[in-house]
Design a protein around this ligand. Structure first.
Ligand code: NAP
Ligand code: ZN
Length: 351
């Protein structure tokens, strides 16, 4: 065991502050990664503030962060995928049983014995797992991903959650040429969804509550931008979408988007607002529409997504900040005041 530097929160109303946390020494199949960048996902904020307490209560102290990218500094004797000095990344998963049908199908994200990067039981050291707001992390190589070397690392880190969470449902619903795709909420997830839908060849419409994001949305790959508070603009698209990805972090009217779906259209929720969303039966019944959810992605598809990003030169648009600005960044995230993901320069932890 060794001590790593980190930022942690002691309670739902406490700020994130410097801390020292235990990490295990790499076992045979483990890699130790020096973390260079960690993205700030809205899920970090929901968890730090215990906003999902009804579904999963936060264990304190919490070290958030599951958009991790860095360099391999140490490997166990049986490691095959990495050597010291390689780029490596870690997303939301750090362990699973590896033997259940879901794991065997590459869907570790649905393993009953899944261990998340932060806040899950730590089977190695006891206590809970600690995330990426830290100078290093140790994981089984199976849960470490390869990062294409052409990608900017600060912008690649957010691919590990915002990237895979939006890529996975788009693959499931065959987003591509000839499909009309909506993206609701131009935040960290939403802006990645726009890039993927555009790269896959779809017609992309962004729905935003922030009129000032219009130009950015077009630059990111949208063909059209709708300010969702304008009922007339919304009505123009009624009944026309094959697929809509909803990446909104707060309470909103999902029926307004269900009504925009074409026959057999699907709306997938990836946003995880703490409060229940009210769904009108007729918004689904009229048109055989469906509403579904999607939870990050498995390890093989996460690697596929990173390789896709390498081939298409896709990264997140990031504002790089030192860890000392993390509490301010959370307040800005709540105001949608970031273009479009904070990426923490983790070398700032040494200051
Ligand atoms: P984010 O960067 O804060 O983006 C959320 C966007 O939602 C905002 O940029 C804003 O877009 C819109 N929004 C915010 N408040 C709103 C309101 N009151 N009404 C309507 N729209 C509002 O957050 P993120 O990191 O992308 O995460 C989005 C959500 O996905 C979070 O709930 C997060 O926990 C969840 N998540 C889920 C998964 C999964 O596996 N399913 C994975 C990661 C994250 P506009 O300004 O364009 O309106
Ligand atoms: Zn996330």
């Amino acid at each position: 065991m060794y001590k790593a530097r980190a930022y942690s929160a002691a309670g739902a109303t406490s700020p994130l502050a410097p801390a020292s946390i235990p990490r295990r020494d790499p076992a045979d199949r483990d890699v130790r990664i020096e973390i260079l960048f960690c993205g700030i996902c809205h899920s970090d904020l929901h968890a730090v503030r215990n906003e999902w307490s009804e579904f999963m209560s936060t264990a304190y102290p919490i070290v958030p962060g599951h958009e991790i990218a860095g360099l391999v500094t140490k490997i166990g004797s049986a490691v095959k995928k990495f050597k010291v000095g390689d780029l490596a990344a870690v997303g939301c998963l750090v362990d699973s049983d590896r033997t259940c049908p879901r794991c065997k199908a590459g869907l570790e994200n649905f393993c009953p014995n899944l261990r998340l990067t932060f806040g899950s039981r730590d089977d190695h050291l006891g206590g809970v797992t600690y995330g990426g707001y830290s100078d290093s992390i140790v994981v089984d190589e199976h849960f470490a991903l390869r990062v294409p070397s052409n990608l900017d690392l600060a912008g690649a880190a957010p691919l590990l959650c915002a990237g895979i969470t939006t890529y996975s449902p788009m693959r499931r619903y065959a987003v591509g040429k000839g499909k009309k795709v909506g993206v609701v909420g131009l935040g960290g997830l939403g802006h990645m969804a726009v890039k993927f839908a555009d790269a896959l060849g779809a017609q992309v419409v962004v729905f935003t509550t922030s009129p000032h994001k219009k130009e950015d949305a077009l630059r990111l790959g949208a063909d059209e931008v709708v300010v969702s508070r304008d009922a007339n603009e919304m009505q123009k698209h009624a009944g026309t979408f094959d697929f809509i990805l909803d990446a909104v972090s707060a309470d909103h009217d999902v029926n307004a988007y269900l009504n925009l779906l074409a026959l057999d259209g699907n709306l997938t929720l990836v946003g995880a607002p703490p409060k229940p969303l009210g769904v009108t039966a007729f918004a689904l019944i009229f048109g055989n529409r469906s509403l579904s959810g999607s939870n990050i992605g498995g390890i093989p598809q996460t690697q596929e997504m990173l390789d896709f990003c390498g081939a298409h030169n896709i990264t997140a648009d990031v504002e790089v900040i030192p860890i000392q600005k993390v509490n301010e960044a959370y307040e800005r995230l709540l105001r949608s005041d970031v273009k479009y993901r904070f990426s923490i320069d983790m070398t700032s932890l040494r200051e």
